[in-house]
Ligand binder design. Sequence first.
Ligand code: ATP
Length: 373
Amino acid sequence: MENEAMGGHVMVPVERLSLELPNGEIVVGYDKDVSALQEEISALRSRQRHLDRRRREALDKLIDLKGSIRVFCRVRPLVQTNNLKTKSPVTVEQEKIAVKSVGIKKEFSVDRVFDQESTQEDVFQEVKPILRSALDGHNVCILAYGQTGTGKTYTMEGTDGKLGIVPRAIQELFSLASEDSSSPYSFSISMLEVYLGSLRDLLAQRQPLFRPMECSTSCNLSILATKSGAVEVEGLTDVSIPDLKKANQWYCRGRRARSTSWTNVNDASSRSHCLTRITIRRHGATEEVSKLWLIDLGGSERLLKTGASGLTMDEGKAINLSLSALGDVIAALRRKRSHVPYRNSKLTQILSDSLGKEHPLYQFGSFSFPETL
Ligand SMILES: Nc1ncnc2c1ncn2[C@@H]1O[C@H](COP(=O)(O)OP(=O)(O)OP(=O)(O)O)[C@@H](O)[C@H]1O
């Protein structure tokens, strides 16, 4: 039976309710059953709306209680280039991590520590609730930061067969949206790179050349703020993603366009901040738009350690400057300062409508030892 949903009521064309008996007689007599069904459907719809509202309120309360900023730490396992004989100086508890070596001990308290055995799935389970928040209309950020080579890209992008947060989050959004019959959603994707203080569109049809001095269009995009306070990057490609397959195709294309180069500590080091933005449109009586930012920050490195020189050194300096601006913004938000210095870097300007009291932020800090000491 084909139903047409209109404002919470289900319209059933009456002619479809007639039944032709084998003797040719036409019976039209289901009106009563249908109207009972219609009432039931409308009661269920209203119950679903009520539960939806309650769920949103509960999630908002949780954000209020726990704070909108949550910090996680992931410890990267030793990789082949490390001295495998080194005894691990890391002691991990659920919400605490201590790093000890040559008489120095540092302790960090976080919302949760993921030890070296943690899987991509373990990490993703922690992220799931925030995706519901994004679908509910909040602008949300998930970002990974840490020193070069400590596993930021692994955590965000992952590898084939060990998918990271971004591909899993995209998949989860489609799955949550398909389960939610109260309102239809549509998604679009943009990807950009903050490279040497310029913005580069990673999904542009014609990719600008690799180095900034050779950049033409799609490089050095400007950031605009609308009257309502929303932030937009002028001319940034935003492609509609009707299904998961298309979403993954565009995401892979953006990843390929990222700037990477070799450093002493990572042979495919990301030399920029890579921002993936999923715009979520919830189509109802009024259209609600929210943004999910998934960010793989460039390595917070000690320039000498990475063996950087020339352009690679400039890239490192630019990364450090904008990370320090981001750190200042997050510190001001944590301390509930009246002035938040969003304007000090392109990275913080872009995120200024998505970092704040009512916008959940999940930070994944990663490190490997002994670099941390
Ligand atoms: N949890 C992990 N399990 C297994 N391998 C990991 C893990 N984290 C990182 N690695 C591996 O360590 C290497 C460096 O990781 P990755 O490139 O993600 O570091 P990064 O922090 O993004 O570095 P950069 O800032 O230079 O881009 C990669 O080969 C990656 O596959």
